[in-house]
Write a protein that binds this ligand. Structure first.
Ligand SMILES: Cc1ncc(COP(=O)(O)O)c(C=O)c1O
Length: 276
């Protein structure tokens, strides 16, 4: 597939592993995960053949909570490495237990990245960002690195406290258990509302894609705005995303409860009913 033109020299983009709207118009699993194999094609046709790295979010967050098939990351990491590149996992959204049970999203695919970047959930609202690498990669970093806010003691103390609370209160497990419940409730909404084209996600990173027609899958961003007006009126704030702005993205707190889920689902249900 022709890669999307990059706005930054030296960076090319691979097709999204977006099964609901497959860029190759194929279906999983008979597609053979063509989107992963295409990474090889892109490297061969648009780079020198020697790459620095392949970088990806494990679940495409702003992209609309897109979950790559289970074969995707093992295969693209192998392709990147066979071309001299590192595999960098962007865990800004998918880390810290959000996807249920695991600390990092990439653990669900059983791949060990060379570098992981993360932020957001680690600070629970306090600004902190973080990068770790294998000793081999970290030791190869040339010279000095520093930043104005690097090593801020308050942010560091908060980061540690957040990690401890996630561990002590079993919040990764809670994300899986309550997330499974939310997923069930969302699938019930899908039974009821024809404008729901897809429900997907992991743990407490779950989204609903709205369409005008289930057959044509024409995106329905207007319905998302309509739903949001209603949920806001009920004091429930929800996020959106997706290439077309037609995905309702829920990112409930890791210590959330089934009662809070019911309240949100009820608000969504009323909002969706207004879009029929
Ligand atoms: C997946 C992902 N990666 C990277 C970033 C950028 O993170 P930061 O603002 O900490 O640089 C964001 C921010 O929203 C993000 O969602």
């Amino acid at each position: 597939m022709k890669p999307i033109a990059s706005q930054v020299a030296g960076i090319v983009h691979a097709a999204a592993p977006y099964c609901y709207r497959c860029p190759f118009k194929l279906e999983y699993p008979s597609c053979g995960v063509a989107c992963a194999d295409d990474v090889e094609e892109i490297i061969n046709t648009t780079t020198t053949g020697n790459i620095a790295a392949f970088m990806a979010e494990t679940i495409l967050g702003v992209g609309g909570f897109i979950i790559p098939p289970k074969e995707y990351f093992p295969r693209v990491a192998e392709i990147a490495r066979s071309h001299g590149g590192l595999f960098i996992s962007d865990e800004v959204q998918a880390a810290w237990g959000r996807t249920g049970d695991k600390w990092f999203g990439i653990e669900h695919w059983g791949v060990e990245p060379d570098i992981i970047t993360s932020a957001k959930g680690m600070g629970n609202g306090v600004p902190i960002g973080w990068t770790i690498a294998t000793p081999e990669v970290a030791d190869a970093f040339p010279g000095l690195t520093f930043s104005t806010f690097g090593g801020n003691p308050v942010s560091s103390a908060v980061g540690l406290a957040v990690i401890n609370v996630i561990e002590e209160d079993n919040l990764r497990e809670n994300a899986r258990v309550v997330g499974d419940y939310l997923l069930q409730r969302m699938l019930e909404l899908k039974e009821k509302h024809r404008i729901i084209g897809d429900v997907r996600g992991m743990g407490l990173m779950l989204g609903i894609e709205l369409v005008k027609d289930r057959q044509t899958k024409e995106p329905n961003p207007q319905a998302v705005l309509r739903v949001f007006e209603e949920t806001k009126r009920q004091g429930v704030l929800i996020g959106k995303g997706g290439l077309y702005g037609n995905v309702i993205r829920t990112g409930m707190m890791l210590n959330t409860t089934t009662e809070s889920v019911d309240r949100m689902v009820e608000a969504l249900d009323r909002g969706l009913s207004l879009c029929q």
